[in-house]
Ligand binder design. Structure first.
Ligand SMILES: Nc1ncnc2c1ncn2[C@@H]1O[C@H](COP(=O)(O)OP(=O)(O)OP(=O)(O)O)[C@@H](O)[C@H]1O
Length: 578
């Protein structure tokens, strides 16, 4: 007998000032289509989702006449009963069908939350849904490329672009706004908080969750907060951290998250006073600092615990923490339904029952723009869990959330602290600059000296070069001189020889003249005594033993002596004739 199941209704339309709820239905996956998974008859509009009549063949066996063959637990049967409601429409802030892109989901459902964070307000984006319904796909994207050849971006990518885009734009508008963003990323695995920004080790695992003494909720003690300045930087850290996240290949999902993850961006904006409204009365004299926390949460998927499930302990831990989250939401919804004013202090909400609810308390307890994305799979098998998911969303939509800027004191402001550090650093930089200047001057002197030394060296080199040139010419000159000197020496030798010859010749002349003088005296005596001119001439001839004319090497004076001898002979003849 076919049965008709309808969703319990959410007749209340979305109300501003509450948690905004959106739903996304993913397409059937290739594997599901090929294995013949049937599609449940969901009908979606922009703001509503309805399960039309559904025929479940196995339900026949659940409800057969003897009732013994039922494969369902009593709890599931109760759930099915519970679903038999006349009005099957669930109304949401946004409903996205299989065709919707993640960008569209982000732009329509979550952009305003991110813009609020850029104004220093708390914000939260939570993805909730059964395992393999597309939470991680929506939040972080997927490395698998989409039909346009680009990797599928997640809400995180669009949120980061907008957050840093807004902050940069405001800072550039020149109104003196300053900002500082800190990032942390942790997982909640089996009720343990692990820091994903740090390497796995004792310091990053099982961090203690503590309560802020000043009433700003809970925090994981020792969780690393990294100052970040751009979307790219966050994505780089995020990609690195994702490798540390617990995932497993399960029966339902190839890469199933075994933990809840919380990416927190803590945004501090320091705004000059003229830009601040009257509400912002906590200031440091010139500016006021707002601090907003934007948390993006990818919750682990609710799982059916069936016999043989490999990850029983993990799955039951996930289910347990999601159960506590549901309880908190239920309590908050009930409280906010009762009171039309802000939540009263002292009303007990069981935030402390789990670490997840403790860490999310700020974002669920009023002062936050919180958006919930519930993800659904279209398969008929998943209908019951999808309905549970929708009931969760329905409750969450009743939780009141009105974000107001959170102002922090001068002492708490990291920007102020940073400014102080910056001014200290400025001083250090200045003194370092002076130091550098001094050493530069010293260096300049040294450089000048070095230049001078260099110049001297060059001059010296030039001198050496030119002297070597001069040396060369000197050498060639001295060679010339040597040649001349050698030539002179040779001449000298020649001259010496010539002198010796001359001296010898003079000696010959002297002896000849001496001989002639003696011969002239003897001849004169002979003449005076005998008057014999022949004897006298003979004496003269013997005193002048002259070489014959024409003989080689003849003394130059020989012709003169011959002439003298002839004249003497003439004299002798003249004297004889007288
Ligand atoms: N909108 C979508 N379009 C195309 N594929 C999708 C979409 N949403 C999810 N998927 C695919 O469905 C599979 C399961 O998605 P995902 O891992 O995001 O699920 P999950 O809800 O995070 O699961 P778990 O809780 O087990 O971690 C993945 O292969 C993912 O690529």
């Amino acid at each position: 007998m076919p049965l008709s199941f309808e969703v319990c209704s959410c007749l209340r339309p979305p109300v501003p000032g509450h948690v905004s709820v959106s739903c996304r239905m993913r397409p059937l996956l290739v594997g599901e289509v090929s294995s013949g998974v049937a599609r449940a008859p969901w009908v979606l509009t922009n703001q509503s989702i309805t399960l039309k009549e559904r025929s479940i063949s196995r339900v026949d066996s659940d409800f057969n006449s003897d009732g013994l063959k039922s494969l369902k637990t009593r709890g599931e049967l109760r759930n099915l009963d519970h679903l038999r409601r006349p009005d099957g429409e669930t109304i949401m802030d946004h409903v996205f069908g299989e065709e919707a892109s993640t960008q569209q989901v982000y732009e329509e459902a979550f952009k305003s939350i991110v813009f609020g964070a850029a104004e220093g307000m708390n914000g939260a984006i939570l993805a909730y849904g059964q395992t393999a319904s597309g939470k991680t796909f929506s939040i972080s994207g997927s490395t698998a490329v989409s039909y346009d050849g680009e990797p599928n971006k997640g809400i995180i990518h669009f949120a980061l672009d907008d957050l840093f885009g807004q902050l940069t734009k405001k800072a550039e508008e020149g109104k003196g706004m300053e900002y500082l963003v800190r990032m942390s990323y942790c997982e909640l695995y089996m009720e343990r908080v692990n820091d994903l920004l740090r390497k796995i080790g004792p310091q990053s695992q099982n961090l203690v969750v503590k309560e802020d003494p000043e009433g700003r909720g809970f925090y994981a003690d020792g969780l690393k907060e990294k100052i970040v300045s751009s979307a790219e930087e966050v994505l780089m850290l995020f990609a690195e951290a994702e490798k540390r996240r617990r995932v497993a290949h399960t029966r339902y999902n190839e890469v199933s998250s075994r933990s809840h993850t919380l990416l927190t961006l803590c945004v501090e904006c320091s705004v000059p006073l003229e830009d601040v409204t009257d509400d912002d009365d906590d200031d440091d004299g010139q500016s006021v600092t707002r601090i907003g926390r934007l948390v993006i949460v990818d919750l682990a998927g609710n799982e059916r615990l069936e016999a043989g499930t490999e990850y029983v302990a993990e799955s039951s831990s996930i289910n347990k923490s999601l159960f506590f989250l549901g309880k908190v939401i239920e309590k908050l919804a009930a409280r906010d339904k009762r009171t039309s004013v802000a939540p009263e202090d002292g009303e007990h909400i069981p935030f402390r029952d789990s670490k997840l609810t403790r860490l999310l308390s700020v974002h669920l307890n009023g002062n936050s723009q919180t958006g919930l994305l519930v993800t659904l799979t279209p398969s008929e098998d998943a209908v019951e869990q999808s309905l549970t998911t929708l009931r969760f969303a329905q409750k969450a939509a009743e939780v009141r959330c009105v974000a107001k800027p959170v102002l922090i004191s001068k002492e708490q402001s990291l920007i102020v602290k940073q400014r102080e550090i910056i001014s200290q650093l400025h001083n250090q930089v200045r003194s370092l600059q002076e130091e550098v200047q001094r050493s530069t001057m010293q260096r300049t002197n040294e450089e000048e000296l070095a230049a001078e030394r260099e110049q001297c060296a060059q001059q010296l080199q030039a001198l050496v070069l030119s002297s070597s040139k001069h040396g060369q010419s000197f050498i060639s000159k001295s060679r010339e001189v040597d040649t001349v000197v050698t030539a002179l020496h040779r001449n000298m030798d020649v001259l010496k020889k010539q002198k010796a010859t001359v001296v010898e010749s003079m000696k010959g002349l002297y002896q000849t003249i001496h001989g002639i003088t003696a011969a002239v005296a003897q001849a004169s005596e002979v003449l005076s005594a005998t008057g014999d001119s022949e004897v006298a001439k003979e004496l003269l001839r013997s005193a002048c033993p002259l070489e014959e004319s024409g003989k080689e090497n003849q003394n130059v004076w020989v012709p003169a002596i011959l002439e003298l001898r002839e004249k003497l002979e003439l004299l002798v003849d003249a004297g004889r004739s007288r």
